[in-house]
Design a protein around this ligand. Structure first.
Ligand code: NAD
Length: 370
């Protein structure tokens, strides 16, 4: 029987398949216990696809991704493929997916579970209960702007050029995502740029202000210069709810925010495209971490980032906020109970494997619903 919810799973390389195995158990639990089922397809990507098909993403896998409601992506890459040419890099699979699905809004939550507050580089009272969301523009700005390149000048010096460029529609579509998400959260958006020294930043500020006035005046909007935003994130992070920013500043600010919460193994992300006529966006969900070849196959990987990425899919692609909350709560309770994978191990806690962490989360889901 069709579930009307289609999910493409791309486990990838390294620890990708190991952590995805635990996510599949969570997905199965939702099918059995909450009658929330999915039409699941799976394919290979990255190094695994290079080995099998000599390309990091086949047309068939891309086609499946284009037709799925959501893609759940593990991680790609590893030393085996490090010396291949640029078009044969495992990362090419992810970049193609982002480009072809036109995933222009990258959502990176920074949530600090109380049990891990001690693992932050900030004082626990500054991060306990932290819940912020960075919305980064992902397909424009200085990483893609033309002209770009390195040239040799007549006097023999070399000159490197990149161009920061944004249009009204690029700014509006990502700001819309931020305003709409804020409405479902604490209703506050900080828009971050460098309007004091960059024309593209000034345009960003003016266009966000214009959109806010016309369509989102019920949401509180504050403008903040990107350098101040970085400072405020480490000074008093709980003042933020949603931060919307461009590709370059978003790259930096989301990594700063991420580290407030502890380990890479805990961080989920979502990348969303434009809404179609039925209101659905193309979407890809993935942990922030890579394929961690140093620990692959040893049962050491933390599956929580990928499990929380599935939680984001429940929230943003399938409109199931209560089920998404359930995933978050199960993770929170398991951590409060003292279980830790090696990457988040603390004194006095019980060190467990990838599989035992997955078991514990599924058991906690049971407990929370009986
Ligand atoms: P990485 O994120 O794979 O690993 C960095 C460190 O964090 C390693 O010590 C690793 O063991 C640890 N770590 C990462 N995830 C963990 C988890 N879930 N549980 C426990 N520990 C975890 O980054 P890297 O070492 O710079 O890159 C390794 C490979 O991954 C490279 O080939 C790189 O190109 C690729 N990569 C892929 C993606 C992606 O697929 N989106 C992102 C980043 C890096």
């Amino acid at each position: 029987m069709s579930s009307n919810r289609s999910l493409l799973i791309l486990p990838g390389d390294g620890i990708g398949p190991e952590v995805m195995r635990e996510v599949r158990r969570v997905i199965e639990w939702f099918g059995k216990r909450r009658q929330v089922s999915f039409d699941i397809d799976e394919d290979i990507v990255g190094g695994a696809s290079i080995d099998a098909h000599r390309t990091p993403l086949t047309d068939k896998a891309l086609d499946k991704a284009m037709n799925a409601d959501a893609v759940l992506f593990g991680s790609v890459g590893g030393p085996k493929w490090d010396n291949l040419g640029f078009d044969m890099r495992p990362e090419g699979g992810l970049l193609t997916l982002r480009k072809e699905l036109d995933l222009f809004a990258n959502l990176r939550p920074a949530i600090c579970f109380p049990a891990l507050a001690g693992a932050s580089s900030l004082k626990p009272e500054l991060v306990t209960g932290l819940d912020i969301l960075i919305v980064r523009e992902l397909t424009g700005g200085v990483y893609f702007g033309e002209p770009r390149g390195i040239e040799t000048l007549p006097d023999g010096q070399r000159r490197g050029v990149n161009t920061q460029v944004y249009t009204t529609s690029e700014i509006h579509r990502v700001a819309r995502v931020a305003f709409e998400l804020a409405r479902k959260r604490r209703n506050l958006v900080h828009s971050s740029e460098k309007a004091n020294v960059m024309e593209s930043g000034l345009l960003w500020r003016e266009e966000v202000t214009r959109l806010h006035k016309s369509d989102y005046s019920d949401v509180q909007l504050q403008h903040i210069l990107a350098d101040n935003c970085a400072m405020q994130l480490v000074r008093e992070p709980k003042q933020f709810d949603v931060i919307v920013t461009d590709n370059l500043f978003g790259d930096l600010l989301s990594d700063v925010a991420a580290m407030l919460t502890g380990s890479l193994g805990m961080l989920p992300s979502a990348s969303l495209g434009a809404k179609d006529a039925s209101g659905r966006s193309k979407a890809l969900y993935e942990p922030v971490h890579g394929s961690a070849p140093d620990i692959a196959g040893k049962g050491l990987a933390n599956p929580i980032a990928t499990i929380l990425s599935f939680g984001m899919a429940l929230r943003y692609s399938f409109d199931l906020p209560n089920d998404a909350d359930l995933v978050g709560k199960a993770v929170e309770n398991v951590l409060a109970g003292g279980l830790r994978t090696a990457d988040i191990m603390q004194p006095g806690m019980a060190k467990v494997s990838t599989g035992v962490m997955g078991d514990a989360i599924v058991r906690e889901l049971d407990k929370l619903t009986t």
